[in-house]
Design a protein around this ligand. Structure first.
Ligand code: DC
Length: 229
């Protein structure tokens, strides 16, 4: 089998900036694999809560790491230790605690290891907070996607409504602000733009406009021709 070059696209940015929506579409247009690294931190958070552990307690939480299996299926399902956690990891209980888990270095090291392995084998669009700065510093393309807090809260709220997740707009906005703060102030691999990233502000863009903006950057940086879509 001919082995083309493996291409990696990193999409980082704050909570609910529309990264997953855009990354998923871009991956599908290019035939790349989409990797939602936030879902992995969420899955660990759920495992900790389910066990009855305190997600702020690092000593307790890290005991769950050995043998932990996280699968991201091509249809978007997230499987953790053979349990389908796709829906529960979007619940406020998990969203409200995931930043504590994501600030724990041993947990980050374990998940980053899995993420690097995934990106070695195939071309990926990986979305997260530290992909361009830490997980894949040599990514071919680095995007830093932002939107205003208000826009992000409304988008995440609408998404929750569609998914049948019970939250208020105010609750979502507070969660987004809190996570922005913790994610960008943690000591290890905090949220920040990579020096060589391209900033895309989607506050006033439709999804299709954001997708096209990202595809344009990919094409310019890699020479890949963008298929009709
Ligand atoms: O993208 P998301 O909202 O599903 O991410 C959930 C949390 O996981 C987010 O608050 C920060 C953390 N995270 C991270 O620290 N590093 C990543 N690469 C992805 C997510």
């Amino acid at each position: 089998m001919g082995m083309g070059k493996v291409v990696s696209v990193a999409i980082d940015g704050p909570a609910a900036a529309g990264k997953s929506t855009v990354a998923k579409k871009v991956a599908s247009i290019l035939g790349f694999t989409y990797i939602d690294t936030g879902a992995m931190y969420r899955a660990v958070t759920w495992a900790v809560i389910k066990k009855g552990f305190d997600p702020k307690d690092e000593d307790q939480s890290v005991t769950l790491l050995p043998g932990m299996e996280i699968e991201l299926l091509p249809d978007g399902r997230v499987i953790c230790n053979h349990e389908d956690v796709t829906k529960v990891i979007r619940e406020p209980l998990v969203s409200g605690n995931v930043s504590y888990i994501a600030a724990m270095k041993p947990i980050r090291l374990a998940l980053v290891d899995m993420q690097r392995t995934m990106a070695q084998k195939k071309s990926v669009v990986m979305d997260g907070r530290d992909i361009g700065t830490y997980v894949l510093p040599d990514a071919d393309v680095k995007i830093y996607q932002i939107a205003s807090v208000e826009t992000r809260a409304v988008r995440r709220y609408d998404e929750n409504v569609l998914k049948g997740i019970n939250t208020t707009l105010k609750e979502v906005e507070e969660d987004v602000r809190k996570r922005d703060y913790i994610d960008s102030h943690r000591e290890f691999a905090p949220l920040k733009p990579a020096v060589d990233s391209v900033l895309i502000d989607t506050s006033f863009m439709t999804v299709d406009q954001a997708v096209d903006a990202v595809l344009k950057v990919i094409s310019a940086k890699t020479g890949i021709e963008i298929p009709c879509h």
